[in-house]
Design a protein around this ligand. Structure first.
Ligand code: FAD
Length: 315
């Protein structure tokens, strides 16, 4: 079933989850265990993140530098296939514009369709950290809105090359939103205007970047509604579980921590797990009280904590 159908049919708020493929070469067993742990919560859907190739540098014993380019976490489509077909849970495959050609995107959509997967999250991704020439005989999407356009073209049977008697495609498309604005946007208003381009291109719903202050999410939703964005906007929550995240989360995701949370963690760092869980629980409670359509959890190694939190609220 499509995410938008889950949302439209839901009688209560939905709790969805996002997982990350294992590092290259590692077993998929860890992912299977995460999904098994989530099964009692009856997840409506699970997202699987996508990863573009990056350059990795290694200094050899003689001082020379070795450069390797590869995807650190391949396997998005394979993992989606396992979740969809072995566990019978709907999956959302993340797709990236940058680092992929339109031809590769079309192939990925064909594979997803073969696997019975009808949900994708269309993202721009971040540019490669190495110089990459575009092949002249390949085409590219730049912004996520262009990727949404390509997916909607395929939904209408329009492929890059004309194909007769093509199979039916009907992808539900989600896109990313940023309550504290995307780091490249000049301001939140402009970022929301760019979010509207994605919705006008055919996005069915929005999932937000994580935030630790619910007021930022409510303000963002108000701005989106004023701008005429009518689709569901699902809040994204990541449970804080290490003191290092006070540095890594703002650095990697360009978001702020509320003073109260920072104060709690710095005055009692040994209690970080309990503090993170309590904060996330209060956030979920506050969001549900205001009638959000659901809550999307970013999962790393904290499945047990998230299961505990969701059990408190699930009806
Ligand atoms: P876009 O919507 O294209 O926006 C990027 C920037 O360009 C914004 O500043 C926007 O305001 C601006 N912009 C957009 N359109 C235009 C335009 N036409 N003209 C000028 N400016 C414009 N990354 C991964 O690599 N893999 C993942 O699986 C992944 N999953 C994610 C899931 C969620 C829910 C979120 C919130 C983020 C995820 N990301 C992922 C991170 C994402 O790829 C980065 O944040 C990326 O920098 C922006 O992606 P986007 O799709 O929001 O880009």
């Amino acid at each position: 079933m499509k995410v938008i159908e889950h949302l439209n049919n839901a009688k209560n708020p939905l709790f969805s989850y996002e997982i990350v493929p294992p590092p290259r070469g590692r077993s998929v067993q860890d992912i299977i265990e995460i999904v098994e742990a989530l099964m009692p919560l009856n997840p409506p859907w699970i997202d699987v993140t996508a990863h573009a190739s990056a350059a990795y540098y290694n200094e050899r014993a003689d001082g020379s530098i070795e450069r390797k380019i590869y995807k650190k976490r391949p396997g998005t489509i394979g993992i989606c296939g396992i979740i969809q077909n072995r566990f019978k849970i709907d999956t959302v495959a993340h797709l990236l514009s940058l680092g992929y050609t339109k031809e590769e995107t079309e192939d990925a959509l064909l594979e997803l369709n073969f696997l019975g997967i009808h949900n994708v999250l269309a993202l721009r991704g971040d540019g490669p950290n190495y110089k990459k020439e575009h092949a002249k005989d390949r085409s590219h999407n730049s912004y996520a809105s262009e990727l949404v356009e390509q997916i909607q073209q395929i939904n209408q049977g329009k492929f890059l090359e004309e194909i007769e008697d093509c199979a039916k495609f009907d992808f539900c498309v989600g896109v990313a939103g940023y309550p504290e604005k995307h780091f490249e946007a000049a301001n939140l208003k402009l970022d929301v205007a760019n979010l509207k381009r994605k919705v006008e291109a055919g996005a069915d719903y929005v999932v937000t970047q994580m935030f630790y202050d619910n007021e930022k999410y409510f303000h963002f939703v108000d701005l989106c509604r004023q701008e005429g964005i009518k689709v569901p906007i699902i809040p994204g929550i990541k449970v804080l579980r290490s003191t290092n995240q006070l540095v890594s989360v703002p650095k990697n995701f360009y978001i702020d921590f509320p003073d109260d949370l920072v104060e709690q963690v710095t005055s009692d760092p040994k209690n970080i797990i309990a503090i993170g869980k309590q904060w996330a629980t209060r956030q979920v409670e506050g969001l549900l009280n205001k009638g959000v359509p659901g809550v999307h959890f970013y999962i790393m190694n904290d499945t047990a904590t998230i299961v505990d939190i969701v059990k408190k609220f699930q009806k």
